[in-house]
Write a new protein. Structure first.
Length: 73
């Protein structure tokens, strides 16, 4: 990621934290505790007038480094 993209990402991340403080705090706390191998992340999307969609993933050892870097952003 080039410096301009990093600056834009940082700005968008700040806006996300301002617009969704409960979600940002939840993610910071839970990811801050670490996600050991075998932990399960679940994502549910409910669009107006549509059925909800749910997916999940079990944390693998090789996921931990990536997720750690993602949360440090």
């Amino acid at each position: 990621m080039n410096p301009m993209e990093m600056m834009q990402f940082a700005k968008e991340l700040d806006n996300f934290k301002k617009n969704h403080p409960k979600v940002a705090k939840f993610l910071a706390i839970e990811f801050g505790k670490g996600l050991p191998e075998g932990s399960i992340l679940e994502l549910k999307i409910t669009r107006p007038g549509q059925e909800e969609k749910v997916s999940n993933m079990r944390i693998l050892p090789e996921d931990q480094s990536f997720l750690s870097k993602l949360m440090q952003s």
